[in-house]
Design a protein around this ligand. Structure first.
Ligand SMILES: Nc1nc2c(ncn2[C@@H]2O[C@H](COP(=O)(O)OP(=O)(O)O)[C@@H](O)[C@H]2O)c(=O)[nH]1
Ligand SMILES: [Mg+2]
Length: 369
């Protein structure tokens, strides 16, 4: 099953730069990926892309031919793409078949991801018909934190995009490397990333004539954002590996990659990855030719891995030192699948698996374990 990211955000928020950074990061970490450029306004691409909308339609042609401005031209291009999804499918087919991780560099015009239907229809086609598990990564320039009303507009934009696209979302404050250079912020960074109590934001806007006239409206808007309780931001420095890793970890949880990845191809290695993510311990690699390992891996994947939730309080479960010892035993055993099988006979470990790996019906395996 292919996975991917749908990168949106206003023009200049850093989408293309992030796609480029992500492609480099994923390639280095051994995840096969490809960029699909869906933004006809991207002229000089810093990355190599596998699919480029400009092979179907260019903004320049559209503007000249239909006498449209840049905004109208872009909307025309997206509607044209929507009418030519066969073209997109044909381009994507080889990537979909080999489970390449897909990075979609989308256009930045705000109406395209908050109001207009084309991008939504295309994304729905990808997720519902072509079975790509996508998460939206919404980039907002961290510069917007320097001004309360600009930050407010970033919140509303992120919320509208979440409600319009109806896909798992990871909201990102981009260009964090620049934040120091803007001088001191009115609040700690946490205030901007966690979006907890916006009444402070309203207070900080007091004093100006604008704020006086629109205070009720601002309060109302803050209430809307808080009532939905959907928004938080993750800071991103695209040049910083740790920062890229953190954003990727969130996206992998949102898409479910973390719980399965491209499991059809290598079930046991996906089990290893899941186990490692959950426990911090990497079970010993079993040669892929080992049929027993593949069988166990397949069973684990098919029956269990999909059941994993992202809301488990893993840390508290893992604080138990006996459980840690057992995991270590499995990890260092010469036959990890046999060690796992033995460990499962201990009801405590079985309960741990129930909680941690979502092994709800261990009994169903009977002697197989
Ligand atoms: N300092 C800094 N500049 C960035 C970063 N990401 C993008 N930029 C710059 O912001 C501008 C717009 O970036 P781009 O990726 O083209 O934005 P897009 O329109 O959203 O695709 C370019 O000049 C980039 O070099 C970042 O993380 N840090
Ligand atoms: Mg761009």
């Amino acid at each position: 099953m292919p996975f991917g990211q749908w990168i949106v955000g206003p023009p200049g928020s850093g989408k293309t730069t992030y796609c480029n950074g992500l492609q480099q990061y994923l390639t280095l970490s051994g995840r096969k990926c490809a960029i699909i450029n869906l933004d006809p306004a991207n002229d000089a691409l810093p990355y190599t892309c596998a699919v480029n909308i400009s092979n179907l339609v260019t903004l320049e042609e559209v503007q000249t031919h239909h006498k449209l401005g840049p905004n109208g031209g872009l909307i025309f291009c997206m509607e044209f793409l929507q009418e030519n999804l066969d073209w997109l499918k044909e381009q994507l087919d080889p990537l979909l078949k080999d489970g390449t991780y897909l990075i979609f560099d989308c256009p930045g015009q705000v109406e395209l991801f908050t109001l207009h239907d084309s991008m939504k229809v295309i994304a729905e086609m990808l997720t519902n018909q072509w079975h790509v598990r996508l998460a939206v990564v919404h980039l907002v320039d961290a510069h917007l934190c320097t001004d309360a009303s600009k930050y407010m507009s970033a919140l509303l934009l992120s919320l509208s995009s979440m409600l319009h696209l109806e896909m798992p979302h990871v909201n990102v404050l981009s260009k964090m490397d620049m934040i120091q250079s803007y001088g001191p912020l009115a609040f700690n960074l946490d205030f901007y990333t966690e979006v907890q109590d916006l009444s402070y934001l309203v207070k900080s806007m007091e004093g100006t004539l604008f704020a006086k006239r629109f205070q009720k409206l601002t309060e109302g808007l803050c209430e809307v954002v808080e009532d939905f309780g959907l928004i938080s931001f993750t800071p991103l420095m695209v040049e910083d590996k740790e920062s890229m890793k953190q954003v990727l970890a969130l996206v992998d949880k949102a898409t479910g990659y973390v719980w399965g990845g491209n499991s059809e191809q290598q079930p046991y290695s996906q089990f290893q990855y899941t186990f490692e993510t959950a426990t911090g311990v990497l079970p010993v690699r079993i040669p892929e030719a080992d049929e027993e390992a593949l069988r166990v891996g397949s069973q684990l994947h098919n029956t269990h891995l999909q059941r994993l939730g992202i809301d488990l309080d893993l840390q508290s479960i893992l604080r138990d030192s006996r459980l840690q010892q057992t995991i270590r035993k499995i990890d260092t055993a010469s036959k990890p699948e046999a060690a796992l099988s033995t460990a499962m006979q201990n009801p405590e470990f079985e309960r741990f698996c129930n909680q941690l790996l979502g092994l709800m019906q261990v009994q169903a395996f009977g002697g197989a374990w």
